[in-house]
Design a protein around this ligand. Structure first.
Ligand SMILES: [Ca+2]
Length: 471
């Protein structure tokens, strides 16, 4: 009896110690971020000293991926830990209507189902305070349950700026007045990224005064269009452009470069505030993007960009700083993807995994702590049964090989990403056996996650509609 009481007492001590040591999380999600947009990923035109410093304090992944080439599915994948193909949330909300296209788009899902326990809910159950700031884009536009899907309906204690919008649509767009939920409109000339960063910094101050660990989920509207930056920054990069030797053929849009600089300022202010508050050593900072940049030269030499099936559409900057655990300035070549954050963050927090929820993520803790440089998983999948800039497609990457299947005509593209990272040589006809093997595996995966397939469209009429051809 005494022994068991002592045991209970020591368990209590252990659990309160674990609570005290639970790390805070600052999750920074950038919109329409190209793989090549930061200095630490090779950009010479953009100036990102703070983001580069963050990477130098943590682990930088070379093969970090978004779960989709457009916004909403990638965002839901981070929060659910499940592939878009599995949740059936497979397109940006509300998506394009293509009534006369060759294939019918399935009846896809425009919300995260409430039955799911999403990442912020799991952290809340584990004692965390949770705050959402910025772009949400996960509300079923035009559906009766539209207003049941704000961030505060999915585990966040508070929401500033999040609604159905995929981009700022206030009267001044990126400039005041902002017209956003729970955000004051600011004064003339105020810039949205600065304004949301003010909110983030205030949150850090108040959260640091409480005993609960916290999740700050800062989902930037930037770098989504409309491309707008403060005039002094546009001028700065117009000047820089005049003498810039663009050796890497990178994006040299002065306004977009100004947006990147504002983003970098924001990251710098957050990092400085964590230091000032004395909580930097117990705060994990994560930085990634939801899909490729919305401009051809933002992909760091990868092929294509946002909404395309090739690497520029989905390969993302992916940086994790876990103080005391991750070697500063380390890099990792293993393939990782948005769904992995959910199990990773639970493990970092000492919370039990939720395998029924994050079915498609794996914990990156072994990589981050240097215990291993590879995961047991060697295959990733993408499923996009929609028309956007590209024709509907699916893709599988196993090791260095990537196969893309275009659903309209079954056309295959096979690339060796190690030998040919820019996907210039389609090996599908020279390596047909390998292509078929990957195709078979891809189809088996589609069945296993209950992916929605496209069907022949009885109303198909090539003379109607504007199904843009791929460039
Ligand atoms: Ca996006």
């Amino acid at each position: 009896m005494i022994k068991s009481r002592l045991l209970n007492f020591s368990l209590l001590l252990l659990s309160s110690a674990a609570q005290a040591q639970k790390p805070n999380f600052v999750f920074l999600l950038v919109d329409d971020l190209g793989w090549g947009d930061f200095g630490c990923y090779g950009s010479e035109f953009h100036e990102t000293p703070n983001i580069d410093k963050l990477a130098s304090q943590g682990m930088l992944f070379d093969n970090g991926y978004a779960a989709c080439t457009v916004c909403s599915p990638s965002r839901a994948a981070i929060l659910t830990g499940a592939y878009p193909a599995r949740t059936h949330l497979t397109d940006w909300i509300a998506g394009h209507k293509k009534p006369f296209a060759k294939l019918s788009v399935p009846d896809w899902n425009m919300r995260m189902d409430h039955e799911r326990v999403v990442l912020p809910e799991a952290l809340k159950e584990g004692g965390y305070s949770t705050a959402f700031i910025g772009k949400w884009h996960l509300m079923p536009t035009g559906e009766p349950d539209f207003d049941q899907h704000y961030p505060t309906d999915h585990g966040f204690d508070s929401n500033v700026g999040g609604r159905e919008w995929g981009q700022p649509k206030g009267p001044g767009k990126y400039f005041a007045p902002f017209g956003m939920p729970n955000l004051d409109d600011g004064k003339k000339g105020d810039f949205l990224t600065d304004k949301l960063t003010d909110v983030a910094v205030d949150y850090l101050v108040s959260a640091s005064e409480k005993k609960d660990p916290f999740l700050l989920y800062f989902s930037y509207y930037t770098l989504h269009g409309p491309i707008m930056a403060p005039p002094e920054l546009v001028k700065k990069y117009e000047e820089k452009k005049k003498t810039f030797k663009n050796l890497r053929n990178e994006c040299v849009n002065p306004a977009r470069a100004g947006m990147v600089e504002k983003l970098d300022d924001s990251v710098g202010r957050i990092m400085a505030k964590l230091e000032e508050l004395g909580i930097a050593d117990n705060t994990v900072v994560i930085l990634t993007g939801d899909n490729g940049g919305d401009t051809p030269q933002s992909s760091g030499g990868l092929r294509d960009y946002k909404a395309y099936s090739h690497e520029g559409g989905v390969r993302e900057p992916f940086v994790v700083k876990w103080p005391g655990k991750t070697a500063a300035g380390s890099t990792c070549e293993e393939m990782v993807i948005g769904m992995d954050f959910y199990p990773t963050m639970l493990e970092m927090a000492g919370l039990p995994p939720r395998p029924d929820e994050h079915k498609d993520g794996v914990s990156l803790v072994p990589l981050l702590t240097g215990k291993s440089n590879e995961l047991e998983r060697d295959t990733l999948y993408w499923h996009y049964p929609h028309y956007h800039r590209t024709k509907p497609y699916g893709a599988i990457r196993q090791g260095d090989m990537k196969l893309i299947e275009f659903f309209e005509d079954g056309k295959l593209e096979l690339y060796d990403l190690k030998a040919d990272p820019a996907e210039t040589k389609n090996l599908a006809s020279t390596n047909p056996e390998q292509a078929q093997e990957l195709l078979k595996k891809f189809k088996q995966w589609r069945t296993s996650v209950d992916a929605q397939l496209m069907t022949e469209n009885p109303k198909y009429d090539p003379s109607k509609g504007k199904n843009k051809k791929k460039k």
